[in-house]
Design a binder for this molecule. Structure first.
Ligand SMILES: *Cc1c(COP(=O)(O)O)cnc(C)c1O
Length: 359
């Protein structure tokens, strides 16, 4: 039995892959796959609309929000956001919680007059933490505040939604659909698909429609939110297969009981792994308990010289892709919606035994 802890592209639910496999040679009795028909055909459009509706149901997305299925994964939204919802003369606020928010901030600087970093992660006795909102240096009249609720590389999360007057923009690439969420608190939510939704190169954007009138003239038409909203995300040919797979993942989440069920499972997995780390002096996690990610759990061995041995033995047991990000080192276990509790249990059992035999 293989358990794939990859941070992304990440594992997909087995029932989704099996169904896709079955449908590759014959989708809906057509004798062809969904990849091989026109995106303008009624059958494709029905599938695409159902996928959007299922996402709307799962996240309770209000009607005044557009749901866009876009190209280019998470990072392309780093430039799409400022070009679509801020003027070239605007100031925009960015919260720096780690790797991804820093890259997003740098990209935004190409398109607006001023990018203001409101706060950065700090060290504390209990580990790295995100400073409380009261200490943030917010710009009055900022076009938006951008933040990344779950930093995939660092394993740092902001569990409270910031309360600010500017529209809130969130990079939810690694946490969308993992916990229930009040979408109405946001101006834009975007996510690269390859963690909790489907294949890479594809992205979901949820944007409040009143923000769609402010785009810069130079924005690439394929990345223009208003155009894609009007064209139902088919201004050009969408990634039809990714859209189909995303739709199958949405159906799977619905069938499992919805986002609440995912949330309960995700919290149970995270609790199990953090308890293992905290109760065993052989391992450590360097994030303050209040900012620990439930999706991506980085941890270090007390004896880093054993890292390779740990990874080798883990792989022999089918526990794959546990090597930490090259910026952080050590280990990282990513446990998105598709990771079953048994996967985390198998990891914790292995970690306990490895610690015992390598004291
Ligand atoms: C993976 C990830 C991205 C990058 O996505 P790409 O599709 O590779 O561009 C951006 N932000 C976050 C938070 C991520 O986890």
């Amino acid at each position: 039995m293989t358990h794939n802890f990859s941070a992304g592209p990440a594992m997909l639910p087995a029932p989704v892959l099996k169904k896709a496999q079955k449908e590759l040679l014959d989708w809906q009795g057509r004798g062809v796959s969904v990849m091989e028909i026109s995106h303008r055909s009624p059958a494709y459009i029905a599938m695409a609309e159902q996928a959007e509706q299922d996402l709307r149901d799962l996240m309770s997305i209000p009607d005044n929000y557009a749901v866009l299925f876009m190209h280019g994964g998470g990072r392309s939204q780093f430039s799409a956001v400022p070009q679509n919802i801020a003027g070239a003369d605007a100031t925009v606020d960015y919260l720096d919680t780690g790797n991804w928010s820093q890259i997003a901030e740098k990209e935004a600087a190409k398109y607006v007059a001023r990018v203001n970093r409101v706060a950065s992660v700090t060290d504390s006795e209990q580990g790295k933490m995100i400073p409380p909102q009261a200490s943030w240096n917010l710009t009055p009249g900022a076009a938006y505040l951008h933040y990344c609720p779950n930093e995939t590389v660092d394993g740092i999360a902001l569990h409270e939604i910031p309360e600010v007057s500017a529209p809130l923009v969130a990079d939810m690439s690694s946490v969308i659909l993992a916990e229930s969420l009040d979408v109405s608190k946001f101006g834009v939510i975007y996510a690269g698909a390859q963690k909790n939704i489907g294949p890479s190169g594809f992205a979901v954007v949820i944007v409040r429609r009143d923000l769609l009138a402010t785009q810069q003239n130079s924005v690439c038409t394929v990345m223009n939110y208003q155009v894609q909203d009007t064209e139902k995300s088919m201004y050009n040919t969408p990634n039809t297969f990714a859209w189909y797979l995303a739709g199958e993942v949405f159906k799977w989440i619905k069938a499992e009981g919805g986002v609440q069920v995912m949330q309960a499972r995700n919290h149970a997995k995270a609790k199990l792994l953090y308890e293992c780390i905290d109760n065993n002096p052989f391992y450590k996690n360097q994030i303050h308990p209040q900012n620990r990610s439930i999706m991506n759990v980085p941890f270090q061995l007390l004896k880093p010289e054993l890292d390779n041995e740990f990874l080798k033995q883990a792989e022999q047991r089918g526990l794959m892709a546990l090597k930490g990000h090259r910026f952080v080192g050590g280990m990282r276990a990513s446990m998105y919606n598709a990771m079953p509790l048994e996967g985390t249990r198998a990891l914790v059992d292995f970690m306990t035994e490895f610690a015992r035999t390598h004291k």
